[in-house]
Design a protein around this ligand. Structure first.
Ligand SMILES: [Fe+2]
Length: 219
């Protein structure tokens, strides 16, 4: 299968749009919106086959396929099993675009109230509710920003869900962009709009195992 030109354009449009990302309209992301699971040689049955093939993958709630990474951005596909979820996590200093390829999921997003301070384990982070979006393959891409909607939880629906995840810049612990996980706390100050999230290690119940990607790649 040839690498589709509009697929490359999606990368370029995304990258070029970064400088004005705050004002980037979703229409500029329309090229990303045209991507389908077929573009990646992926379908629920293909994903299920891979999931069930390797014994060590069976118990993991999610998996990922790395497609491309450069210093400016990364592109990958994440899969979450039915009724499973990714815990609250962040993308420090990063922009992100998620586009569902098949099935559906709910993304609950929060913004940190304290700006971009590096989270410290044991010190709760106050966050403001931003949105709870139900997304499927017909939905517009979901966008996150360094200061807005940077922390989210992703819940799969009744079927396994797959989504493409574009991050710019990519995670890089050496440059201070490691993934932090959070657990929701119950505090007196909490209400519907503001919650406290406790930073911590990767929860023991959660893992995201790599799967082989068999679709087209940038040459
Ligand atoms: Fe995420």
């Amino acid at each position: 299968m040839q690498f589709r030109p509009n697929y490359v354009y999606a990368y370029v449009a995304f990258f070029l749009g970064l400088k004005q990302f705050r004002t980037l309209s979703l229409s500029r992301l329309s090229q990303i919106n045209t991507l389908t699971s077929e573009d990646f040689n992926l379908s629920p049955s293909v994903a299920r086959k891979q999931w069930n093939y390797r014994p060590y993958v069976v118990d993991s709630p999610s998996s990922c396929m790395e497609i491309y990474q450069c210093p400016e951005f990364s592109i990958g596909i994440f899969l979450i099993k039915p009724h499973k979820h990714m815990p609250f996590h962040d993308h420090p200093g990063m922009y992100g675009v998620m586009k569902v390829l098949f099935s559906s999921m709910t993304v609950t997003s929060y913004s940190k109230l304290e700006g971009q301070a590096t989270p410290t384990q044991g010190i709760p982070v106050r966050c403001r509710f931003l949105s709870q979006l139900s997304l499927d393959s017909k939905s517009e891409p979901c966008v996150l920003y360094p200061e807005q909607g940077n922390i989210h939880q992703i819940q799969a629906g009744e079927e396994a869900v797959a989504f493409i995840d574009i991050l710019a810049p990519p995670y890089n612990p050496k440059e201070g962009r490691d993934c932090n996980y959070y657990e929701k706390m119950e505090t007196k100050e909490d209400d519907k709009q503001n919650i406290s999230l406790m930073p911590g290690p990767n929860p023991s119940w959660f893992s995201c195992v790599p799967l082989s990607y068999n679709g087209p790649c940038p040459s």
